[in-house]
Design a protein. Structure first.
Length: 289
């Protein structure tokens, strides 16, 4: 029953994706984290399920704090993404091009269920502690501190990027946190979920380990893949820009101070741009016939 409640909370807050398909993975992602945190906070306050075994222990209040952090994280991320997609026409167009045409309703339903399950797995560190009534203190505190650090990094990176884009809309952000890593906001997100995973290590039992590890691997993979897709879009837009090329080839893409310099080859991108242009002209000529 506990997992069904948390799963339904994720689905409820993720249903915004029925309006815009891409929102299952963006706005709905942030809101689902908020919903899972809220559902768990209510369970903690009424001392349901394993929370009853935690009552009166330091672990109880540590877990309540983590629920509040989830709520704050989800509201900030979901709200930031929603405002950006509604106000930034260029960004919205980029997302629509990446997502393609709106899929049929049955595809949306499948995606809704899959994303709800993914968000449930991602939050395993919190969920299993509450369900199992785990009273460990040290690992949850370490995990929460790491998660808070991730929230701060992501929030600061988003603000720095917005400020720099206002000053120079035609160039990527290269200052502040962006001097050390090209995608510090994604790094902050990975840090947040690393802390969440660590916070539940003392609670995982049996197959719970598999679910927690799979949830963590999935979000890390999504972040790495997101960095690669972002690099491709930036290279396509700024192909031939010497300043961008120097920055992209000398700055780690996701993890600071680790020399992983993923970057699409400029010459290959030039070929792709020419091919896209040729396809566009062909479509225009076909439309005129």
């Amino acid at each position: 029953m506990y997992y069904l409640i948390i799963f339904l909370a994720a689905l409820l807050f993720c249903c915004v994706g029925f309006k815009e398909f891409i929102w299952f993975m963006s706005v709905g992602y942030g809101l689902s984290v908020c919903g899972i945190g809220l559902a768990n906070l209510i369970i903690m306050l009424v001392q349901g399920f394993g929370a009853a075994d935690m009552a009166g222990t330091p672990a109880y209040w540590i877990t309540v704090v983590q629920c509040v952090i989830f709520i704050a994280y989800g509201i900030r991320l979901g709200g930031f993404l929603l405002v950006r997609e509604l106000k930034n026409a260029a960004y919205k167009k980029t997302l629509q091009e990446a997502a393609g045409a709106e899929p049929p309703i049955f595809v949306k339903v499948v995606m809704w269920l899959v994303m709800g399950a993914l968000y449930l797995a991602q939050t395993s560190g919190l969920n299993y502690r509450i369900h199992n009534g785990e009273t460990a203190v040290i690992l949850p505190i370490i995990g929460i501190v790491i998660s808070v650090l991730g929230v701060l990094i992501e929030a600061l990176a988003d603000k720095q990027k917005s400020d720099q884009k206002k000053a120079d809309p035609n160039m990527v952000a290269t200052k502040g946190l962006y001097k050390f890593v090209r995608c510090p906001n994604y790094f902050g997100e990975v840090t947040f979920w690393t802390g969440t995973f660590i916070s539940g290590i003392a609670a995982y039992k049996g197959i719970q380990w598999l679910v927690a590890i799979l949830g963590y691997i999935c979000i890390v993979y999504i972040m790495f893949n997101g960095c690669q897709r972002l690099d491709k879009r930036q290279t396509k837009r700024l192909c031939g820009n010497a300043e961008f090329e120097e920055y992209a080839t000398k700055t780690p893409i996701l993890i600071p101070f680790i020399p992983w310099y993923y970057h699409v080859d400029a010459k290959e991108m030039e070929k792709e741009i020419k091919m896209d242009h040729a396809k566009k002209l062909a479509k225009e000529q076909e439309a005129k016939k």
